[in-house]
Write a protein that binds this ligand. Structure first.
Ligand code: DGJ
Length: 713
């Protein structure tokens, strides 16, 4: 390959990727950014030529797809490995290029010296600008190779993207954004929790100074992996910046025998020239079309009733029958029996691993309850936590050796449970057999797959096995799905601890957070929406007094918050007032009415003052839209500001109404609603005016939420 052949150009609707991949040389990315209408790699190469940096190497050190140790580029290498202290400085050179369909390229690089082959696969989603990058490392030497670190790829960052926005949080407060001021040096977030993590979601945004929800240059990165990871950005002093995301290993964990291959998780990277919301829409569309296609479009997402916050471990079939009836009467379409139905599980100290119905609570098994639920027209779902075992369980008493551990290290106490070693075939066989048996015997169409502790010492046979454990988990889910193709699965891990594109390739919904506090949920769901569409984000109406925060919130607010997600409820319906039940029922009916729009429309976050959260969806043909405007707290000003509605068609007029809650209940009078006629029939307002002049918002109490509907007139 020579001359022009050395350049590879991948193009999508809004992005271009230009690679320089001359055989025999270092492969590197010349450009990744907004689509270029006339890409000229040679010209770009010339434009990027830099002079000798005083005090630096005679020639600028070129980057590579991994900035591997032997490349000598400053900052953290994207690939670092050795053979017993030897062969530690790999320098990859291109040996082969293979064009794939779907705008993809496979670039094979080798270092004959250290005997390592790195094969990079890059695929650009032509419609949605999301690039999927993955690297495979092959040891073709005759001694084992210890891989300490391998990023999915090292991506150069546009120098204008000086703002870095990472994701932090904790249990019951996931997906919190944290912006970092410009710096030189490194930004690193590492997750060693053995799950995707509450604290360090494997995602990152980078943006130009002026970027906002509706405009400006921004980039997004997400690692589709449900185990340990590292997110890293290096701003080099020479002005270049690189982003790398990859799997984090324990010492000596990734040992490649001769001929063995390690494959990184996929990195999803996208660019938007139209702001953060457009970036999110690209991620949402890619996830829906490429990773979840057959499942997400299968049927409308049923309204859930989950038993957890209603009964916890206090299972009483009589009360559950009644709850099922109440749930069906307010509009539930799926009833999920949460933790506490099996073995000796009467609290969280015992029973995990014993996956058969408790004979004490369910003497006739689960059939009577399942039949009652399905008889009421609802689907039945069941909770499992397959990877875990309580020491106080029959399973552990029989197989104490089935747990992950590090020799000589005491397990960290964590919810009285230990982690099963899924890398052992017999463990997965046991779990498969137990679950398959129940799924085959009953009409169970849904599983809530939970995972409630960190995996501190994922050791198997004395060696670290975090990677193998995550792969084995994927294998077990895949096996179950193959046996039960219509089964739907929710990925839960103490709330949002296992939400990522790796798990979502084999599950259908994420439990976004254990907090059902509607105010907290406004922020959590907004944060999660950067990568996850509303259709997969579990959002439940919780009890009036939130069990986790102790805060009391109105049913109107709780409904409005859960409405923008995969809606459900999780409260003791037998204790709710008739008034609140009526409000809940009306809210569920509203969700069902607009469900296709909420789940299939284009998602927007609105730029608002800090005390407000506003988000919404616009139909793909711009014929209708639904937005929520939530006053999280009170505010300084005497009157509220205006709502600049994004995403509408400026040339169309929209009938504009406030449809939730009943305005008569919540808004002081004489009100702006009357002036604008937003109640009743609504007012017909021009799209352009709504977008650029903005709509005056009525006076609202703190902790209250309006839902606006816009319908093209
Ligand atoms: C944690 C989950 O997030 C909750 O919803 C519930 O299922 C409990 N586990 C049950 O133990």
């Amino acid at each position: 390959m020579s001359g022009e052949d050395r350049y590879v150009i991948l193009e999508s609707a809004g992005a271009s990727l230009i690679l320089d991949c001359a055989v025999g040389e270092r492969a590197r990315i010349l450009y990744w950014g907004a689509r270029l209408s006339r890409p000229d790699p040679k010209q770009i190469e010339t434009m990027l030529t830099r002079q000798h940096a005083p005090g630096g190497p005679d020639v600028e050190i070129a980057s590579s797809l991994l900035n591997e140790t032997g490349s000598a580029i400053a900052g953290m290498s994207g690939f670092s490995a050795h053979r017993n202290g030897q062969d530690w400085a790999s320098r990859f050179r291109v040996t082969d290029l293979r064009r794939m369909d779907k705008q993809g390229i496979e670039i094979v690089c080798e270092d004959p010296n250290t005997k390592v082959r790195a094969t990079h696969v890059i695929i650009l989603d032509v419609a949605y600008d999301v690039m999927t990058c993955q690297t495979q490392i092959e040891n073709f030497g005759d001694q084992p190779l210890a891989v300490d670190w391998c990023a999915a790829i090292c991506l150069p960052l546009d120098p204008r993207a000086t703002r870095l926005i990472g994701f932090t949080g904790r249990w019951a407060d996931e997906f919190q954004l944290e912006e970092i001021s410009p710096f030189t040096g490194s930004y690193v977030r590492e997750n060693k929790s053995g799950r995707t993590s509450h604290e360090s979601f494997p995602g990152l945004l980078a943006a130009a100074d002026e970027s906002h929800e509706q405009g400006g240059l921004c980039f997004g990165f997400h690692l589709g992996w449900s185990g340990n990871h590292r997110v890293r950005v290096d701003h080099l002093n020479d002005g270049r910046s690189f982003v790398q995301l990859g799997e984090l290993f324990f010492p000596g964990e990734m040992m490649l025998a001769p001929g063995q291959i390690y494959q990184t998780p996929d990195l999803y990277a996208a660019i938007s020239s139209s702001g953060f919301s457009a970036l999110s829409r690209s991620f949402h569309s890619h996830l829906r079309q490429s990773l979840m296609a057959d499942r997400i479009a299968r049927k409308p997402r049923p309204i859930h009733y989950n038993t957890w916050e209603a009964v916890y471990f206090d299972h009483d079939p009589g009360a559950l029958f009644e709850l099922a009836e109440k749930a069906a009467s307010v509009g539930a379409e799926r009833f999920i029996l949460d933790d506490g139905w099996f073995g000796s599980r009467r609290d969280d100290t015992a029973g995990l691993g014993d996956w058969w119905p408790s004979e004490q609570i369910y003497p006739d098994g689960l059939a009577p309850l399942i039949e009652h639920v399905t008889g009421l027209g609802m689907e039945f779902g069941l909770w499992f936590e397959p990877e875990m075992v309580n020491p106080d369980s029959d399973l552990y008493r029989q197989h104490p050796d089935w747990v992950l551990h590090a020799p000589g290290v005491d397990p960290v106490p964590f919810r009285s449970q230990l982690v099963l070693d899924l890398t052992r075939e017999e463990v997965c066989d046991y779990l498969f057999e137990r679950m398959d048996k129940l799924l085959s015997a009953h009409e169970i169409s849904y599983i809530k797959w939970d995972m409630n502790r960190d995996v501190h010492h994922p050791g198997s046979g004395g060696r670290p096995a975090g990677h193998a454990q995550t792969r084995a988990l994927y294998g077990l889910i895949d096996r179950l799905r193959a046996a039960h193709p219509d089964l739907e699965i929710e990925s839960c891990s103490s709330g949002g601890g296992r939400a990522d594109y790796g798990i979502l390739q084999r599950t259908d919904r994420i439990w976004t957070s254990d907090s059902n506090d509607a105010l907290d949920r406004q922020k959590i769901q907004r944060g999660a929406s950067h990568f996850f569409p509303l259709a997969v984000m579990g959002a439940h109406v919780g009890p009036a007094r939130c069990h986790i925060t102790g805060r009391r919130l109105s049913m109107r607010l709780r409904v409005a918050t859960a409405l923008f997600g995969h809606m459900g409820m999780e409260l003791d319906l037998l204790k709710e007032s008739e008034k609140d039940l009526a409000t809940l029922k009306a809210g569920i009916a509203l969700h069902k009415k607009y469900r296709p729009l909420i789940h299939d429309g284009d998602f927007h976050r609105v730029e608002t003052p800090a005390h407000v959260n506003a988000v919404g969806v616009v139909a793909k043909d711009l014929s209708e839209a639904l937005f929520s405007w939530c006053n999280l707290t009170g505010h300084r000003g005497t009157l509220p500001g205006r709502f600049f509605v994004p995403g509408l068609d400026p040339d169309r007029a929209y009938r504009t109404k406030i449809i939730w809650p009943d305005p008569a209940l919540s808004v002081s009078r004489p009100s702006v609603l009357e002036a604008l006629e937003l109640s009743g029939e609504g007012a017909v307002l021009q799209g352009e005016t709504l977008m650029t002049v903005g709509l005056q918002v009525p006076l609202l109490h703190p902790e209250s939420c309006l839902i606006y509907r816009f319908e093209a007139a």
